[in-house]
Design a binder for this molecule. Structure first.
Ligand code: UPG
Ligand code: MN
Length: 759
């Protein structure tokens, strides 16, 4: 027998990327050359030249951040099969699912996520699943109660037949190949369970149609006349794993708990971050597992080995204690062909993600992440041992009790926290015994006087609470890790449609800027904390997505301005200096295209991402900047608008759920005004050009063309990028840009043209 201590749990290898590095550096060199050229020739040119220089400086800076992040990619492999030979007793894991709105997040979706978690390949008595419902919806609760009933057949079935994908809506998409006899046990069971799942879907669908999903009596009575933003805490133990019947396969399902925290109109609830903190505390008093997994309601576990994989990276050898969290990439099951909305983030994950894994580790991306409970409770990596062995945080000694007050005033919670910090469980055998304590820690005023959300837990103050929380953890010097298994560990749902995609990007850029302009920003974290320099560069990159909209928009408007004002922002065509921008254009496109092709994506996917990058910057990011400016001026608060998720059930009905989804959709939102205006400006410029025919006339010196060909080319390129908007001008309904948006945009165009003509 192999020496069990030496069996590896994971392996991390550096990946070769010579070609990529060469291309990246070449581009950086070209960009710097362009800046030098502009600087040297600045005095011969006017404002336009200076503006171009400023924009290009921003792009060069951003590019250098990207190059630094991508420089050292790694690959991480885990060996879950070695976990049990090495550790007979696997650690417990609490699994959190958040949902907020049964209309935007169909309960059947949450149910599938929960089922996939309940069925993972891990001892059921070590798992507990907590669902936080910020919508306080009887429908969601009802759906979960039904789901547990189904789980009692689904989980044993998955384990018996080693089902690979344990979210039923995915599993039942295809019929397996049954053995020829046609009546095998598997076939019969498969059909029976499929019928039961269909029954479950039907029940949930019908319940959703009624004003109340069922009679609001018994367990459901608390939901009578409930108001979403004004109600007491509701915690329901939907299913308790029974130890006595451990041998009985039918009952081998983990705990399932429903949590809807108290909400009152005047109390801030801090959106998802608040929900996660409540889940941390409720699970603290109920199960107190040393590790916690968190997923959004649309992110099901796609690989039943996922908990074991994560434990390979988190649990075990001492040298691993510095890994604070294991973040899995966000991958999507509803990915439309060729990524028309440019939000599948495959290339971003592949290059930036792998690169980050080679540094201090990835940021926390909000879902598909396993956290160490101690880290969430604010422990520093160098204090880990104090807490584990001889920490004196024992309740009862006065001074220390003071220190513990930062966790809030529940005695039960403080007790379990002490245990958690010491690496013990310290909770009673029955969930129901802790119900009262759980209700107390979910109160909306529980956090008053504590430092929840400020020093530890999920940190408040940004609509991208994930980045802020991760940054706070990494600031302490913690590392994290980013395995990218195939098949993906989790699969979620990417927003489809212009409005949903833009709303999400706007929220992200808002949240990112909130962090950048706060005292938690990565620059301070490097100088006053332990955030590594290059990890900090990554954070600066990601947190300034919103800001990038300003140089992007200016630069995109420059060609049109130049054509209208008859000036030039690029060197003349016959000027040898023109080679620099041409080389930049070619290298950039070649390099990015290569990245897409390398990971098996199409040219179309590359192009869609390129153009969505421009569209997003001109719309969502700009609005992100606006909402942060309004917040800083104290004029409005930022809010977390939940992303609309497509209904899986209806997806299945029409086979692919992609009815016209590749056509860009619009709504009345002002978010589409800047993009429309930009397009109209370019069309106006190109039209002016045609009216000024013949555009190509020989200059006095006989050498040049009157029109800057560079500018015309750029203008055509911008129009090409905004083609979805161009089509939107001529379409109607949700595929068309609303007349009011066109009107507002036209006003902006008039202002712009007047500026260009110097009126
Ligand atoms: O008041 C709220 C608002 C949201 N959520 C939940 O937060 C999750 C993420 O919301 P979603 O609308 O899906 O946002 P996305 O932009 O798709 O989410 C990404 O970005 C968020 C930060 O902006 C992270 O929190 C997420 O984990 C990450 O997947 C969902 O499960 C919601 O139910 C709550 O629990 N309470
Ligand atoms: Mn989401």
């Amino acid at each position: 027998m192999a020496n069990e201590i030496t069996l590896p749990l994971y392996h991390k290898t550096a990946r070769k990327n010579t070609i990529q590095r060469t291309l990246d550096v070449t581009l950086l060199f070209l960009l710097v050359s362009l800046l030098v050229y502009r600087l040297l020739s600045l005095k011969n040119h006017g404002f336009v030249w200076l503006l171009a220089l400023l924009c290009e400086s921003c792009f060069t800076f951003t590019w250098s951040l990207i190059v630094s992040t991508k420089w050292n990619p790694v690959e991480i492999e885990t060996y879950p099969e070695n976990l049990e030979p090495r550790f007979a007793d696997l650690p417990a894991v609490d699994m959190f699912v958040t949902t907020a709105d049964p209309a935007r997040e169909p309960p059947i979706m949450t149910v599938n996520t929960v089922l996939s978690l309940l069925a993972v390949d891990y001892p059921a008595d070590k798992l507990a699943c907590y669902v936080s419902d910020d919508g306080c919806s009887a429908l969601t609760f009802h759906s979960l109660v039904e789901a547990l009933r189904f789980a009692k057949v689904w989980v044993p079935f998955c384990k018996k037949y080693k089902v690979q994908v344990r979210a039923p809506f995915r599993y039942f998409l295809e019929e397996p190949i049954f053995t020829s006899s046609g009546n095998s046990e598997f076939e019969q069971e498969w059909k029976k369970i499929k019928a039961e799942y269909e029954q479950l879907c039907l029940k949930i669908k019908e319940a959703g149609r009624e004003s109340a999903p069922c009679d609001l009596t018994g367990e459901f009575a608390v939901f009578t006349n409930i108001e979403t933003g004004n109600h007491p805490t509701i915690i329901k133990i939907i299913g308790e794993h029974k130890h006595e019947t451990e041998k009985d396969e039918d009952e081998d399902v983990p705990h399932l708990v429903y949590v809807s925290r108290e909400k009152r109109p005047k109390y801030p609830h801090h959106f998802k971050a608040g929900a996660m903190n409540v889940l941390s505390r409720v699970s603290g008093v109920m199960t107190n597992a040393p590790f916690m997994l968190n997923v959004d309601c649309d992110m099901f576990a796609n690989d039943p080995q996922v908990v074991r994989q994560a434990m390979c990276l988190l649990f075990g050898r001492e040298s691993e204690t510095d890994v604070a969290f294991v973040q899995y990439p966000q991958c999507f099951y509803n990915g439309l062909k060729d990524d028309p909305y440019g939000n599948q983030m495959i290339v971003l994950t592949e290059y930036m993600g792998r690169g980050l894994a080679g540094l201090q580790g990835p940021a926390y991306f909000g879902t598909g992440c396993f956290h160490r409970r101690k880290v969430i409770y604010g422990v520093w990596p160098d204090h880990l041992d104090d807490h584990a062995t001889n920490h004196t945080l024992i309740i009862g000694k006065s001074g220390e009790y003071e220190e513990m007050k930062k966790f809030g005033k529940s005695r039960e919670f403080l007790e379990t926290t002490t245990h958690a910090l010491r690496g013990e469980k310290g909770i009673g055998p029955k969930l129901s015994d802790s119900l009262e304590a759980a209700l107390q820690v979910a109160d909306c005023d529980y956090e008053f006087g504590s430092t929840w959300g400020a020093k530890f837990g999920w940190i408040y103050g940004s609509t991208t609470e994930d980045l802020l929380t991760g940054l706070t953890i990494q600031r302490k010097g913690w590392k994290s890790t980013f395995p990218m298994p195939d098949p993906p560990a989790f699969l979620g749902c990417a927003p489809t449609g212009g409005p949903a995609a833009m709303t999400q990007q706007k929220r992200w850029s808002t949240g990112q800027l909130e962090i950048l302009f706060s005292k938690s920003n990565p620059i301070f974290a490097t100088f006053t904390g332990n955030l590594q320099f290059r990890t900090s560069l990554f954070y600066i990159y990601v947190l300034s997505w919103g800001l990038s909209s300003i140089p992007e928009l200016c630069y995109a408007a420059l060609p049109a301005y130049c054509i209208i004002a008859d000036s030039q922002f690029l060197p003349k065509v016959y000027d040898p200096a023109m080679l620099i921008p041409v080389a930049i254009f070619m290298t950039y496109n070649m390099l990015t295209l290569r990245e897409y092709l390398e990971v098996g994506l199409s040219v179309r996917a590359w192009w869609n991402n390129m153009r969505m990058g421009r569209i997003t910057a001109a719309s969502a990011y700009l609005f992100g900047v606006l909402s942060v400016v309004l917040k800083i001026l104290g004029l409005s608060e930022t809010v977390f608008e939940v992303t609309q998720k497509d209904d899986q059930a209806s997806d299945n009905e029409d086979g692919n759920g992609m009815n016209g989804a590749t056509k860009f959709t619009f709504d009345e939102s002002p978010i589409f005004v800047p993009g429309t205006a930009l397009l109209l400006v370019h069309l106006t410029a190109l039209l002016t050009l045609c009216l000024r025919l013949p555009p190509i006339s020989v200059h006095d010196d006989g050498k040049g063309l009157r029109v800057g060909l560079g500018e015309v080319f750029c203008s055509l390129w911008v129009v090409q990028c905004f083609r979805p908007f161009m089509k939107g001008l001529f379409r109607r309904g949700k595929y068309g840009i609303p007349p009011s948006t066109i009107f507002k945009s036209t006003c902006l165009v008039l202002v712009f043209v007047c500026m260009g003509l110097g009126i």
